[in-house]
Design a binder for this molecule. Sequence first.
Ligand code: FMN
Ligand code: MN
Length: 501
Amino acid sequence: MAPPGDLREWIRLLEDEGELVRVAAEVDPDLEITEIVDRTVKSGGPALLFEHPKGSRLPLLINQFGTERRMCLAFGVDRLDDVAGKLEDVLEMQPPQGLVDKVRGLKKLKSIADSRPRTVSRGPCQEVVLTGDEVNLDLLPIQRCWPGDPAPFITLPAVITKDPHTGGRNVGMYRMQKIDSRSTYMHWQIHKDGRADYLATDGKIPVAVALGLDPVTAYSASAPLPKHIDELMLAGFLRGEAVEVVQAKTVDLEVPANAEIVLEGTIEKTELGMEGPFGDHTGYYTAAEPFPVFRLSAITMRRDAVYPSIVVGKPVQEDAWLAKATERIFLPAIKLTVPEIVDYDLPVAGAFHNCVIVSIRKSFPGHAHKVMHAIWGLGMLSLSKAVVVVDAHVNVHDYQEVFFYVGANVDPKRDVVIAEGPLDHLDHAPTLQFVGGKIGIDATAKSPAEGAREWPEEIAMSDEIRELVDRRWEEYGISAHADGSVVQNGSRRRLRQLLRR
Ligand SMILES: Cc1cc2nc3c(=O)[nH]c(=O)nc-3n(C[C@H](O)[C@H](O)[C@H](O)COP(=O)(O)O)c2cc1C
Ligand SMILES: [Mn+2]
């Protein structure tokens, strides 16, 4: 099924799939929604449409991305790896061999060309246009998420800027703390493209913020693309349909025509204020720091607009699935530069930037070290604090298995690399903000060329005996299943799960 075309289609799909609950009771966007959503996300519950957020006439949609199933529905796939497959197909294009290959190649090229945003003259996002004195952020049910947050924060925005030199567009998801009814802070962190656009300006930079997008376009704002690639192009490619954009009313920028709400305005290079603290996805409050001020010149909206929101905090939260989508979608691009990588996993509990587990096809001494350094040199993965390298056959998503090899295969003196480099803007642990230590753990099998003794053989039963036991299993009359799960109180539970407890 094609991904939804706008937020309304998405809400309908969620409802049809039994994935959305409408909350009719009046609920306060000040903290109350967070507590409800926290409980809902942690129990794998549905998306929530708060129809009567206190103090606003706009409904608030939250937890739209909160499970793997909803994330797959958003992309119109069965597994998130299928999204990656589509990208891999294009990235691995070879010069065509015969005619069939040429036609196939042209189709792929066309799919890329068709991904470019298409300018249209009118868009539903401008059904209502508020300028001058009518501009008023109090209209929106902006959440204050955690008790230590000093103000409400817009948490699911797609922030659009243009590089002042190249004119190239950037779309990024950067939270926005409400200052008053006509201004917010713009929390673009030090490594981010929106901030680079802002730093490149001499005076002020026009900014547009799209709220309430189709889920793939909303996701793409969070995708760590190289700076020169327009996130709306990725959205068009992943949707299989170009994102339509319309000229904004008061700034020289184009905005997604299907947005529920658009905030337009400017940021002066020299106007800064103390943003935060904010209950962040690290699980801690990020301390207040200076960030630029966004001054609104217009709010445009659809009639009956829906306001989208998300809560971040101690994992697991809704953003885990946005990040998992990125992990899966970017694997083909990573393999393009580091082809020995088989798979990788960024544990949700590690708040993503804290830990990367990577499996490799090891083919020379020191290979695991090469891959650690490659990761520390690769886009936003460069901010990872810990890298664990395992052999190709290890399932990186099975932390039990990974832990086994970290325990069994590591001589800490020989196999641990301590390095230094850039760290996540929000990481509070390093002595200095932005830079600090990194740890690499080589949990692959080692050869004498790497200073190891003769490496022992791993225990495994022979295929012959395994097949024999499979065949005869029923005959033994043991109350466990042949696949290793155990019957316990009438329920089957994988032995692995039992071991984990
Ligand atoms: C819910 C959510 C909130 C985010 N908030 C911020 C933020 O406040 N500041 C920031 O720099 N990045 C934030 N990010 C991460 C960026 O969106 C991400 O790094 C993205 O790649 C930025 O776009 P850019 O690469 O074009 O700069 C957030 C991501 C998510 C999913
Ligand atoms: Mn970008």
